[in-house]
Design a protein around this ligand. Structure first.
Ligand SMILES: [Cu+2]
Length: 279
């Protein structure tokens, strides 16, 4: 039989353990003295794959105003200089730094001409994702992953907001027959995230000096199978593309006060994993 004192010490030990592990997961905002910057590029190596496209076969007058007939799925966007757009670059395991300053445009989703704008969204944990439609037809935003919602948008210009409470990746789909519509929301715990531009460039600033691991994350770009899904409007099963799993690349980076560290990532076809994502 343990003594009362031993029991009390055990309780204190458990409390200390719990508070320590909770602290390790919680990002703290601090005043960053003499911050540094990280810039770089994400570039493609090898033959540029043909873009994955899908025939626009529904609501053509709204979804295809340019009469393009097909829509690029935007899973791999490579610029003329082989810069890879839409790659999320972020610091791994940073526990303290600047206040959240992710751009509002990255947490506001629009559905326009049956396309998600932007394709990649970044929402701070416990902040709101805002969604609207500019199209005079029914869309639904089906989320799977770190948040699960299926939100109808029957009318244009009506904004809906949802709090994103769990960090992680959310896949976006439309369940109203526009099978090409897809996008990604990343719910993040700190502000040191950037999305590469059309030339594959990124910039992360306000970084406390120190040693970090920089991660480049890219959604799966291979179109694997055409899987059957239920369409809410036609009440039938339809086919839509399923993509390969996402990939990450990591590099160490040393940030000095007032300095700019440069990190370049190379992406290639070989890194794409062949396990199917079936959200
Ligand atoms: Cu839609």
């Amino acid at each position: 039989m343990p003594s009362p004192r031993a029991c009390w010490l055990a309780v204190v030990a458990v409390c200390l353990l719990l508070s320590t592990s909770a602290a390790a997961q919680t990002y703290r905002t601090i005043k960053v003295d003499d911050p540094g910057t990280i810039t770089g590029t994400v570039k493609w190596s090898g033959v540029v794959p043909a873009a994955s496209t899908v025939t626009i076969n529904k609501d053509v007058s709204v979804c295809d105003p340019q009469s393009a007939k097909t829509r690029d799925l935007e899973r791999l966007v490579i610029g003329p200089n082989k810069g890879v757009a839409n790659t999320v670059v972020y610091l791994k395991n940073i526990e303290a730094g600047k206040a959240m300053d992710l751009p509002p445009a990255r947490r506001t989703l629009n559905q326009k001409s049956c396309r998600y704008e932007p394709h990649i969204l970044l929402v701070p944990q416990n902040d709101k994702l805002a969604i609207k439609s500019s199209d005079p037809i029914l869309h639904t935003v089906h989320m799977s992953g770190a948040a699960t919602y299926n939100l109808p948008f029957p009318f244009p210009d009506t904004q809906v907001e949802r709090q994103m409470s769990q960090p992680g990746i959310i896949e976006l789909r439309c369940n109203a027959g526009h099978v090409w519509m897809n996008g990604i929301v990343m719910v993040v715990t700190h502000p040191y995230y950037a999305v590469t531009d059309a030339s594959g460039n990124f910039r992360i600033d306000g970084v406390p000096p120190g040693q970090y691991v920089l991660v480049a994350w890219h959604e799966g770009w291979q179109t694997q199978v055409q899987a059957g899904f239920y369409d809410v409007l036609s009440q039938t099963r339809i086919s839509r593309p399923v993509f390969s799993a996402d990939s990450t690349w990591e590099k160490p980076v040393n940030v000095t006060g007032g300095g700019t560290a440069t990190v370049d990532f190379i992406l290639s076809e070989g890194k794409a994993k062949l396990s199917a994502s079936t959200h």
